[in-house]
Write a protein that binds this ligand. Sequence first.
Ligand SMILES: [Zn+2]
Ligand SMILES: [Zn+2]
Length: 167
Amino acid sequence: MNEPQRITARELREMGFPIPAEVPDCAVVPVGAIRAADVKVKPSPEDVAEGKITANVTFAIDAPFEWVEVDLPVPEGVDPDVFARDLLEAAETAKFAHDLVKHDRCVTSHCPICDGGLAVCRVCGGAEGSLPTHCPGRRMTREEDQDVLHARRDFRAGKWADGSNRP
Ligand SMILES: [Zn+2]
Ligand SMILES: [Zn+2]
């Protein structure tokens, strides 16, 4: 049987390794990343008499855990390349999406967000015309907000860009 090349956090926990609680059981590390960091050999007189040696070994992990490992079945009749590209696109879109303000139980009688359908991002502060294509991930300065509103700039795919050719 082949040696397993990867080991999960659950297996390490079962072996008594102190794996931080935030690492889920399914997280994996390559076996090669585990090394003996500290080896203390302290043979006691009894050990020596019995012809054995007791060693205390502390292990360290050199590589970060990979937290997610998912096998996604390609839907029937779909080109795997197209599927992979669509997935990546969806992931990118989600990464750059605005976090739009939504009111759960709105008590205002005329709410611009609920009644007027006003889109306001709680992260960048953009609203309607001043919402860039993608979210910059931080509050826009007053200048950036005005530049987006007047199509002087836009935020797309992780960077600021010219706003005049905004899609
Ligand atoms: Zn509302
Ligand atoms: Zn935003």
